[in-house]
Design a protein around this ligand. Structure first.
Ligand code: ADP
Length: 406
């Protein structure tokens, strides 16, 4: 029986896809369709290290997924020969209901729709991807894998905002956390690199991509994370501010007359590195900083300082820490951020070896000295593999349950 899953990650104007073996993580092909709905779009399909590009209009997500399937037929590998067993969908917000992946049916779709107010930018696009894939693969199980699910193990003290009961009870106002699939993969890989079972290790995961979050993981389970009800809270990100005084909204509204939508958009789209340095691409921030740009230098300092603050907080949350783990674009590629954000923590047993930190990252890589109490690791994340793994295990559980039913 094949273990291939077609992993689909749909954004409002993009669709990323990968064919992934949910058992081994091997991915023979992947691709993306960008600028869906615009007058000219771009499909890129990678197979055997070769990229095939098609530039044309993709009016909607339906035409984008059809084009992806055509790309598999034209450039390979054949999906029929691979024997795909499920389509795995990334869904950003699973709210209070979804603590695990779910087999998509009308009830699940209704529940994801009901969560749109909590993730107005993400869940509608994810639903669009599910609708299109259901139409094109009517006979395959569709599995929704939620970014929030991994954080369901947070205790009430960590997820509760100190706000009136009615907000919490009637409007599901609480912290949810995101980046769960990445965290699950990275925490498990870190435990394997330490040669221990995931249930035995306590780690702080620093996922530093365009979005960024810190997560405290005790025995393989999330116990606190820096993103909250939405992905705006916590660390400094590419275009998001992370933590600000919640009174900022009211102040800007009252004193400048800005609408709440304007403020929300500014905090999500033109803050973070972009607000501080004028660019959300970390490589560009580093180039500007090296050229003596004061805004870029401050951006780097604010970015790294915020990470250090969360490392300290989560050290206190966990009590003991076996490893601090960096992942995603910045975490995997910026030795400068890794060194700066963990500087001055040797009393906590955390230090970074400069040579190891400057060396290449190929799979899970230790960058702490051998003598350190706390391991510091870089682990390249693989969200597609995690989605495929979870989708496959749900489908296999279903299969087993059917066979066991008398
Ligand atoms: P996403 O959250 O969109 O998946 P990624 O994990 O790809 O994002 O991270 C994107 C970020 O990683 C960008 O800010 C990019 O500049 C940064 N990045 C990528 N490569 C490097 C590099 N070699 N050095 C520093 N930063 C990098």
């Amino acid at each position: 029986m094949s273990s291939f899953v077609l992993v689909v990650n749909t954004g409002s104007s993009s669709l990323k896809y990968s064919l992934v073996d949910g058992a081994s993580g091997d991915s023979p092909a992947s691709g993306s369709v960008e600028r869906i709905g615009e007058s000219s779009g771009r499909l890129s399909h990678e197979v055997d290290g070769q990229e095939h590009v098609e530039e044309r209009a993709f009016p909607d997500h339906d035409s984008a997924l059809r084009a992806a399937l055509d790309a598999f037929a034209a450039y390979g590998p054949s999906l029929d020969s691979a024997g795909v067993v499920a389509v795995g969908h990334r869904v950003v917000h699973g709210g209070e209901r979804f603590s695990a992946p779910a087999l998509v049916d009308d009830d699940v779709i209704g529940a994801v729709e009901a969560l749109v107010p909590l993730a107005p930018l993400h869940n509608p696009a994810n639903l669009e991807g599910i609708a299109v894939a259901r139409k094109l693969f009517p006979d395959l199980p569709q599995v929704a894998v939620f970014d929030t699910a991994y954080h369901h193990t947070m205790p009430p003290a960590a997820y509760t905002y100190a706000v009136p009961l009615a907000w919490r009870d009637e409007h599901a106002i609480r912290r949810y956390g995101f980046h769960g699939t990445s965290n699950a993969y990275v925490a498990r890989s870190a435990a394997a690199a330490l040669g221990r079972a995931p249930e035995e290790v306590d780690v702080i995961v620093l996922h530093l991509g365009n979005g960024a979050s810190a997560t405290a993981v005790r025995g393989g389970r999330s116990v606190d994370t820096s993103m909250g009800m939405t992905p705006l809270e916590g660390l400094v990100m590419g275009t998001r501010s992370g933590d600000v005084d919640p009174a900022l909204h009211a102040h800007l509204h009252r004193s400048l007359g800005w609408s709440l939508d304007d403020i929300d958009t500014a905090l999500n789209r033109s803050s973070g590195l972009k607000g501080l340095a004028g660019d959300n691409d970390f490589r560009e921030v580093m180039r500007l900083r090296a050229a003596g740009d004061a805004g870029a230098a401050l951006a780097f300092d604010v970015y790294s300082y915020r990470i250090r603050k969360y490392v300290g907080a989560y050290y206190a949350v966990l009590g003991t820490v076996d490893a601090v783990v960096f992942t995603a674009g910045v975490g995997e590629h910026s030795p400068e951020v890794r060194a700066a954000s963990l500087s001055g923590l040797s009393r906590l047993g955390i230090s970074v070896d400069p040579d190891r930190n400057a060396g290449p990252v190929d799979g899970p890589t230790f960058i702490s000295p051998d003598s350190a109490d706390v391991a510091v690791l870089v682990v390249p994340t693989d969200e597609e593999y995690e989605i495929a793994r979870q989708a496959l295990s749900l489908v296999e559980e279903g299969r087993q349950a059917r066979h066991e039913t008398p």
